[in-house]
Design a protein around this ligand. Structure first.
Ligand SMILES: C[C@@H](O)[C@H](N)C(=O)O
Ligand SMILES: C[C@@H](O)[C@H](N)C(=O)O
Lengths: 166, 166
């Protein structure tokens, strides 16, 4: 049948934290995210691409800018127990999402969102998807033009609550 | 307040395709996923962690096992136009998801899922998350014990439609 993009959501003040070259064995994700939860750090998206080489893998997650220092401390404290390679951080990001339904079974929905963003000359840094929500993380200074382009291309009215700001 | 895990879903016969060292500039995702859509290939999750080094980045996506060869052809045909480093494929996977609500604002929901899976000795290969769905891709031969452990830990009855099989 096909899907309709019903709305556009965004979250501001987001930072990415990436762990590279972590030991690719059961329990690593569990240890990291349990430790973050114990410090009451809200984690938004978690992405792991699945590339695994020489027994190590990478994964990333996003937190609000305010929680970065706390999250980095938590991770550093884990180094005595876990093999963690590089930890990199990128601040000043925003997450833009299209919200709809049946997006998996409709080829091209994600492609269209990526195309709209690319035509604004904006680089996509992180991607996380589900059937009802496709999220792209971009630099904060491009938020407005991307939001306007998305609402325009999808025919959504800005004044009809099509936007859900985070 | 917190969230309740309302159900567990799974998708079988999944393969991962990863593109490593692609040029990290606007339009790459758009080109790849438009080309896949033009061949009517259903893409399920798309994940990009955001790590970018020396102007190159990685991203992965999942397709059904049946679509792998077709998808790989599409990508190879793009090499004349795009800088694509390594393309790796992993077949024989399944996606397991917990479905609920408000999962972002409840620290520890993802950690708990990761922990349940880890305690089965199962390695998590890909992760993609949203507020209402947290998905982990694992090897197919561990599906049953993971599904049983998840339903047991979350107190869901297998016979009350708590499972949604894909
Ligand atoms: C790398 C990390 O995802 C590991 N495979 C785990 O299951 O925890
Ligand atoms: C690497 C890829 O995500 C690129 N940054 C793009 O926007 O298409």
């Amino acid at each position: 049948q096909g899907m309709a993009v019903r709305g556009i959501a965004y979250d501001k003040n987001i930072s990415r934290i990436s762990l590279s070259d972590v030991e690719d064995k059961p329990g690593i994700l569990s240890s990291v995210f349990t430790a973050l939860a114990e410090e009451n750090i809200d984690v938004d998206i978690i992405v792991q691409s699945g590339v695994s080489k020489n027994g190590v893998a990478d994964f990333s997650f996003s937190v609000s800018d305010d929680d970065v220092d706390k999250a980095l401390k938590v991770i550093e404290n884990l180094r005595s127990n876990l093999v963690i390679g590089d930890v990199t951080t990128e601040r000043g990001l925003v997450k833009v999402s299209i919200v709809g339904a049946g997006m998996v079974s409709t080829p091209g929905v994600a492609a269209q969102m990526f195309d709209i963003i690319a035509r604004q000359g904006v680089n996509i840094k992180m991607v996380s998807t589900s059937e009802i929500k496709i999220s792209c993380v971009i630099e904060a200074d491009h938020l407005t033009e991307v939001i306007l382009a998305l609402h325009s291309e999808y025919g959504l009215d800005a004044d009809k609550n099509a936007f859900v700001g985070g």
